[in-house]
Write a new protein. Structure first.
Length: 463
């Protein structure tokens, strides 16, 4: 028995895809979603298992489309149905299915796809290469998009990105440029829960581009396939509920940081030949909540560049998290990890792992001053007199970018002044706590030392 929440639907699906496309399309076969009217009698019977929003999305005719919705709204299911139909109907096509990380690709996206794929359509699947070939000659590649530039050489007929906002708008733009397989009408679609007002919000709703179509579904639209009391058990309220349940692009009130994602803002990768005076990292421990490990390069102008991130829920300490941190240390030459001080035994375990890996790096408890740390990060994010910033984030660090758009204070009463000692809400803060641990521990301490020395010089000059 599958663990999929859509088990009640899956038994009806093989008939919907039963006739592979081998030339002229027989009336009983699944036909391209972009050429089949929603009420056409020849449309596959999978339509009977889709809710109205899913059906409209699967039958979309726009070149680019986005099914945005709350958690549990059936987004991955709809994306997988559309991918199977596309590959079946367009024989010989090359498509790509992507997700933010390999674990998410393996455990959610691929799993849903293969639960729905009729066995008679499968010719072979190379598990090590994540390459599927159907009996009609169509091929599907399954790829993690944690490094989107790795797919730049492909010539695709179509692609689907699951949990696209977590992949980042950069991954979407890269894949749009790969739609160039000759002889096929290109199509790209995305599914996912919003992450603030990002590039997807701009392209599909705030300033919609031509040939882009948005489909939205609340979690409530899929209650028949969710456990009783699912929404109430989430406990979400306010703007966060609007995003996570209703699927709305939310500009959160009371954001802690002003993060500018414009071209001349805080979103920028360092030059390929960039030289850093020191490389450090920050770690926010987690298991049920995501664990976050971030790497920063510091240049000679007291500027920080976020180079990489590890961000994952239910990452076991010994088997997943510590090896990932050691890999980041080795890849970027990290000299010091500033860690959440709440888990001293984790810090000891990390130091032991670094020593076993012969890495000249240490881990230590971070300075956990919340208000002062926020002031340090806010100052780095702000424009300098020359127009540059003190903190840049690599566009590949999608989890960090998403948190900048959602990390907030409790909404203040209208007209009320916020208490300057107030701490932000404890949500959407894992990567940003790691940021604060690293940069405030390293740069905040240096700033305090400089201030002390400047005061001593001033006193000496007055004597």
């Amino acid at each position: 028995m599958s663990d999929s929440p859509f088990d009640s639907r899956s038994e009806a699906l093989p008939d919907a895809f039963a006739a592979p496309h081998t030339g002229a399309t027989p009336a009983s076969a699944a036909v391209p979603a972009d050429t089949t009217p929603a009420d056409d009698a020849s449309a596959p019977r999978v339509a009977n298992t889709l809710n109205p929003v899913q059906r409209a999305f699967v039958d979309a005719t726009a070149r680019f489309s986005f099914y945005v919705g709350g958690v549990g709204a059936g987004k991955t299911f709809a994306g997988a149905v559309r991918a199977i139909r596309r590959a079946q109907a367009h024989q010989g096509s090359l498509g790509l299915v992507g997700a933010p990380t390999y674990p998410m690709l393996r455990d959610v996206t691929e799993r849903t796809f293969f639960e729905l794929l009729p066995p008679e359509l499968l010719e072979r699947y190379n598990k090590s290469q994540h390459h599927l070939r159907l009996t009609n000659g169509s091929e599907v590649l399954f790829r993690s998009l944690d490094a989107p530039d790795r797919v730049r050489g492909l010539n695709l007929a179509w692609f689907w990105i699951d949990e696209a906002p977590l992949c980042g708008h950069y991954a979407w733009k890269v894949l749009k440029g790969r739609l160039r397989q000759r002889g096929f009408e290109p199509a790209g679609w995305a599914t996912g829960t919003p992450q603030g007002r990002d590039g997807f919000a701009r392209d599909f709703e705030l300033a919609p581009l031509p040939r882009h179509q948005l489909f939205r579904a609340s979690t409530r639209a899929n209650l028949a396939n969710l456990p009783p009391g699912y929404i109430d058990d989430l406990g979400y309220t306010g703007a966060f509920a609007d995003q996570e349940i209703e699927g709305l692009f939310i500009a959160f009130a009371g954001l802690v940081y002003t993060f500018d994602a414009a071209q001349d803002g805080n979103l920028r990768a360092p030059a390929s030949d960039a030289v850093f005076t020191r490389v450090i990292g920050g770690i926010d421990w987690g298991y049920t909540n995501p664990a976050a490990a971030l790497v920063f390069g510091l240049d000679g102008d007291r500027r920080a560049w976020q180079l990489a991130e590890f961000y994952q829920r239910r990452a076991g300490l010994a088997d997943v998290l510590l090896p990932a941190i050691v890999r980041l240390t080795r890849a970027h030459g990290v000299a010091m990890w500033y860690c959440g001080p709440d888990e001293p035994e984790h810090i000891a375990a990390l130091n032991a792992a670094l020593a076993r890996a012969s890495q000249p790096c240490r881990a230590q408890p971070a300075d956990n001053a919340v208000v002062a740390g926020i002031q340090t990060i806010a100052g780095l994010l702000a424009p300098r007199a020359d127009g540059t910033r003190g903190l840049y984030v690599n566009p590949l660090c999608t989890a960090t970018i998403a948190e900048y758009g959602a990390y907030q204070y409790a909404t203040a009463r209208e007209g009320a002044l916020r208490d300057p000692t107030e701490h932000p809400l404890k949500q959407n803060d894992h990567a940003l706590d790691a940021t604060r641990y690293a940069l405030h521990s390293e740069l905040g301490r240096a700033a305090r030392t400089e201030a002390y020395l400047a005061d001593m010089r001033w006193r000496a000059e007055r004597e």
